[in-house]
Ligand binder design. Structure first.
Ligand code: FES
Length: 110
């Protein structure tokens, strides 16, 4: 049921264990060969998760910290497991990884 897929970055562009804003307001997180994408918006105050371009704070290749009030989100499901929005989640953007590229559905705009 998906429309055409479009590459937003190469998997290798995303630091292993870190994050990259690969398209406007879309954050890609990576661990090894796996990647997940979310809207770059903290559920706490609905503002971007980073202060500076592509400066995402991550820990142990598995947790992303919001730069504002230190909410911690799991790479795998975007769930906030610590901080002021505990229990809330980042908004998932479905992606597919193909031939080393991170693909996003064209019809799922940021
Ligand atoms: S805006 Fe992200 S923790 Fe407050």
């Amino acid at each position: 049921m998906s429309g055409s897929m479009q590459s937003i970055c190469a998997l290798a562009d995303v630091p292993d264990g870190g994050g990259l804003e690969a398209a406007p307001a879309i954050l890609v997180l990576r661990r090894g060969d796996e990647a997940w994408a979310y809207r770059n918006m903290c559920p706490h105050f609905s503002i971007p998760l980073n202060y500076e371009p592509d400066a995402f704070w991550t820990y142990d290749g598995g947790l992303l910290m919001c730069a504002h009030h230190s909410a911690m989100f799991r790479f795998e499901d975007g769930a906030c497991i610590d901080g002021p929005c505990l229990g809330a989640s980042l908004v998932r953007v479905p992606i597919r990884i193909e031939n080393g590229h991170v693909l996003i559905d064209d019809e799922n705009p940021a």
